[in-house]
Write a protein that binds this ligand. Structure first.
Ligand SMILES: Nc1ncnc2c1ncn2[C@@H]1O[C@H](COP(=O)(O)OP(=O)(O)OP(=O)(O)O)[C@@H](O)[C@H]1O
Length: 250
């Protein structure tokens, strides 16, 4: 029961961005994708839900290859929270309900409404349900977009920089919510992120991208300062503080 990415290659025209990318992730785990600007983090997430189609390789969810499925079936398996959100005048409830689209044949059923209500409650956004999405703050909007992805009932959740533009309280709140949902719903989450301290605090595993390839895959325990130097070119110290490992640039 897991996400298995094997030998994925992707180029934009003749510009190669991903080469032979492989890693796997169990259900119930959060993986952060790390690397410098332009390393290919967003491109990788888009290859994992077929917004972009890899030129080679496979992306298996619980053994089924996403690259051979219809877009609708991909959307039943993979929820995606992009970096930028399109403008919409929908209410929060309607926007989250849109996440049910891949599962609907003719019309919405009572179970779709019940599931959406449940997700809105879990995400702590019930008070916003009737508000227009266009009037929300960045933190509120991020929770709504995550709720919409969860309404797809996915096995895998992809999040592209979910904490950028959020204040410290919302960064922690959104990451805690993601981890709680991954655990309670037994999903896998792949999170592209720049903030190493947030990554270290919340992720179980890390993929470091460098020069189109996977430079290293590590757990929290075996991540070391040398890896960070090799990927970011910055000397750091890893220190234990208040029960967390923190990265301190030197
Ligand atoms: N639509 C596109 N067409 C052509 N090249 C692209 C396109 N999107 C991204 N690229 C290029 O692909 C490379 C990887 O970009 P990508 O956005 O995946 O990196 P990233 O690691 O997510 O970057 P950042 O951390 O800055 O968000 C970059 O060189 C970028 O310029």
């Amino acid at each position: 029961m897991k996400l298995t990415v094997a030998n994925v290659d992707f180029s934009y025209n003749s510009h190669p961005v991903l080469s032979d990318v492989s890693f796997s992730l169990d259900r119930g785990q959060v993986m952060c994708v790390l690397g410098v600007n332009g390393a290919g983090k967003s491109t990788l997430l888009k290859c994992l839900n077929r917004i972009l189609t890899p030129h080679r390789g496979s992306v298996l969810v619980d053994g089924d290859d996403l690259l051979r499925m219809s877009q609708n079936n991909v959307a039943r398996r993979v929820g995606y929270v992009p970096q930028r959100h399109p403008e919409t005048r929908l209410s929060v409830f309607e926007a989250v309900l849109m996440g049910r689209k891949p599962h609907i044949r003719w019309s919405l059923g009572a179970e779709d409404y019940a599931l959406v209500e449940d997700i809105i409650t879990q995400m702590g956004i019930s008070d916003l349900a009737m508000r227009s999405v266009s009037d929300l703050s960045g933190g509120e909007l991020q929770k709504v977009i995550i709720a919409r992805a969860l309404a797809q009932s996915p096995a895998v959740l992809l999040l592209d920089e979910p904490t950028s533009n959020l204040d410290l309280k919302n960064q922690l709140e959104v990451m805690e919510l993601i981890c709680r949902i991954v655990e309670t719903q037994n999903l896998s989450a792949v999170v592209a992120i720049h903030d190493l301290n947030i990554a270290l605090r919340f992720a179980d595993r890390f993929v470091f991208l460098k020069e189109q390839s996977v430079h290293a895959v590590s757990t929290r325990e075996d991540l070391d300062s040398e890896m960070i130097w090799q990927v970011y070119g910055v000397r750091v110290a890893l220190r234990e503080f208040a029960g967390h490992t923190v990265v301190v640039p030197m």
